[in-house]
Design a protein. Sequence first.
Length: 289
Amino acid sequence: MILGCHVQMKAPLYVEGSVKEALEYGANALMLYTGAPQNTRRKEISEMHVEQARDLMKENGIPMEHMIVHAPYIINPANSVKPEVAELAVEFLEKEIERTHEIGARYLVLHPGSFTTTDLETGISTIISQLNKVSYRYDDVIICLETMAGKGSEVGFRFEHLAEILEKLNHTEQYGVCFDTCHTNDAGYDLCAFDDVLDEFDRIIGLKKLHVVHLNDSKNSRGARKDRHENIGLGTLGFDLLHQIACCPRLSNIPKILETPYINKKPPYKYEIEMLRKGVFEKEILLNM
């Protein structure tokens, strides 16, 4: 299994520290922000121990394709109400693409955004318009639009939303999809029939466009449209289903990234990854962290 988690990226080791953290959890993949997700302040890549991180990954047999970058939440290409937000989305996304390239990561996960006070159709057209303004100097970076839960005015909670966006982009070859299990459940998809959901995804978008999976349990019932992640096996999806998804042969070459909550202020990833690899749910270990 290609299993990892969302790790920290902080001084003094930065990206090298992120890789070390992932290795401590028994992961062979990882996801990180290149800076704080809520602001535009960024450290120069040259100061972030990137070469050491690459060497560490190579030593442990982890290809750079298994390092995922998540774009910050402040990027909202669906906002047509505030021009300054739309401008920031284009400008900052270009910087994040460059930083992802400089780190050497292959995939940059991006939330499609929220249409705020307009409507879904306007939100989708605005996303297409804004993303078509982004300059693509690095063809080694694939931007993965994430499947969303549909809370508030989010775009991307139906496969059709993402398909329409991808179809109308000038550089569609530079885009793909990140499939979030919590989000798709909360959006109303029945993941208990996971092969059927993948068939639907393949028919509407195409499995060749799927590059990253966010493997999360959910606190919510199917269709709640709330987006509240839960630890593996402690939510409404359950361990057996998530283990089935982690083992799915159709997704065998795709990194699965855990974004589950801390338990008692401690990361649960070592235990969750170990349980998924063994195929055995050990609830007490999680509850007694």
